[in-house]
Design a binder for this molecule. Structure first.
Ligand SMILES: CC(=O)N[C@H]1[C@@H](OP(=O)(O)OP(=O)(O)OC[C@H]2O[C@@H](n3ccc(=O)[nH]c3=O)[C@H](O)[C@@H]2O)O[C@H](CO)[C@@H](O)[C@@H]1O
Ligand SMILES: C=C(OP(=O)(O)O)C(=O)O
Length: 429
């Protein structure tokens, strides 16, 4: 087991290249199940969530090979193998095997997913969608059983705007007989990316990026080649790190429109932000940083996945900023760790109230989930002295080469094996 050591006080400068989007990748890989021939996906991030899904595709009979960041998935010998336990429990996105296997084989058994613990992560809207398409869905000892004689298009209104349910229903509906309409659909860029792959495979989908998606089912889907979109959350994380500890940083391979809510908030704080075709330029504020309030919302609102890193930045700003996560109200586990580093944060009525500026102090902290990990790395960059971060398996689920990328900007970060005593302390904490 390893820990990350961050030596604070180094100023970030230079250019960093953003990887492919984790939250697209985790749906694109299962989507390949629906094809009858080889699907090639380029530009995948080298992160553990992607490797876990790649292993799961092999477990159900897929022929998978890698060539750098490109995966080739041949689904010809795949079967509807039950996956009640094992690797499906390691990540949230294994639930996309439900939609894809139901769409392809009309049956699936998938253990209830894992992923970051952000409070309850219900899947009732996914199930409502599968049932509307004609599937019988039962929960047997923690695994979801899905069976259908045939899938028929349906009109499905989502009671909550859900990225996961929108994608899962698309996956199940693309080969259903007739027309499916998803109303109150989510509009995140990752949904558009998945629909682009499915369309390249021969699916007929209209309206992605709006809140009504129309799908005309087709009998079969073929292989294709697809390039993934850049990771807006990784880009946002580096933009926040640059605002927190940078002088002049260029973030390369971004779609700036995907980050408008974050960029607006950085500008409000006094940070210089410029965007061009596929780059962002973030420069140190000329005046002291001003606090702002943020409220996470569905896209194009402020992303829940950037709430935790942004909280770290607010510790450096003058006055008080209120952080409210309306998507995952319990996504506040980073707060106690930031407090260990001297942050002044109160939690009241589900909101975090951050007072600043404070001088953060290096400390031993634990990443409880992926973006909490990113928040602690950013805090470590700003802090006096050394910050030691454990729980790196969370960070590795979603950030490709984070240590190397930050060091290339001038940070001083390294990983070390934990001593036996430290491992014991970590397991008991
Ligand atoms: C809208 C939103 O910001 N979604 C984020 C959410 O996606 P994720 O796919 O996890 O969450 P959803 O978009 O599906 O859920 C949005 C909200 O709807 C609720 N819900 C969802 C499904 C369901 O069947 N029933 C239900 O009540 C969830 O509890 C949540 O409060 O976390 C991902 C990982 O952090 C982010 O990348 C997504 O951008
Ligand atoms: C929480 C996240 O991932 P997951 O939903 O896969 O756990 C995330 O990407 O911030």
């Amino acid at each position: 087991m390893q820990k990350m050591i961050v030596e604070g006080g180094h100023v970030l400068n230079g250019k960093v290249r953003i990887s492919g989007a984790k939250n697209s990748a985790v749906a694109l890989l299962p989507a390949a199940i629906l094809a009858d021939s080889e699907v090639t996906i380029e530009g995948l991030p080298q992160i553990s969530d992607v490797y876990t899904l790649s292993d799961l595709l092999e477990e159900i009979g897929g022929n998978v090979s890698w060539d750098g960041q490109t995966i080739h998935i041949n689904p010809e010998n795949m079967i509807s193998m039950p996956l009640p336990n094992g690797k499906v429990k390691k990540l949230r996105a294994s639930y996309y095997f439900m939609g894809a296997m139901l769409g392809k084989f009309k049956k699936a058994v998938i253990g209830l997913p894992g992923g970051c613990f952000l409070g309850p992560r219900p899947i009732d809207q996914h199930i409502k969608g599968f049932e509307a398409l004609g599937a019988e869905v039962t929960n047997e000892q923690g695994a979801i059983y899905l069976r259908a004689n045939e899938l028929r298009g349906a009109r499905i209104y989502l009671d909550v705007v859900s990225v996961g349910a929108t994608i899962n229903i698309m996956l199940a509906a693309v080969k259903a007989k007739g027309k499916t309409i998803i109303e109150n659909a989510a509009k995140e860029p990752e949904i558009i990316d998945v629909a682009t792959l499915l369309t390249n495979m021969g699916a007929k989908i209209k309206g992605v990026g709006t809140d009504v998606i129309r799908i005309e089912g087709v009998p079969s889907l073929h292989g294709c080649r697809h390039t993934i979109i850049p990771d807006r959350i990784e880009a946002g994380t580096y933009a926040i790190a640059a605002a927190a500890a940078g002088n002049e940083v260029i973030i390369d391979n971004v779609i700036p429109q995907h980050l408008e809510s974050l960029l607006a908030k950085l500008r409000e704080m006094g940070i210089t932000v410029e965007d061009s075709d596929d780059q962002l330029y973030i420069a140190r504020a000329k005046n002291p940083l001003k606090s702002v309030d943020i409220k996470t919302l569905v896209y194009p609102g402020f992303p829940t996945d950037l709430q935790q890193p942004f909280t770290s930045l607010l510790t450096k700003a003058h006055h008080t900023g209120v952080v409210t996560d309306t998507i995952y109200s319990a996504r506040l586990k980073h707060i106690d760790e930031l407090r260990r580093m001297n942050a002044l944060i109160k939690v009241e009525g589900g909101s975090a109230i951050v007072s600043g500026p404070v001088n953060l102090e290096g400390a031993r902290v634990k990443a409880s989930d992926l973006r909490a990990g990113a928040a602690l790395v950013i805090a470590g960059l700003m802090a006096n002295g050394i910050t030691e971060i454990t729980g790196l398996e969370h960070i590795d689920r979603g950030y490709e080469n984070m240590t190397e990328k930050l060091n290339s900007l001038g940070a001083n970060i390294w990983r070390e094996d934990m001593s036996e005593e430290e491992e014991l302390q970590f397991q008991n904490s």
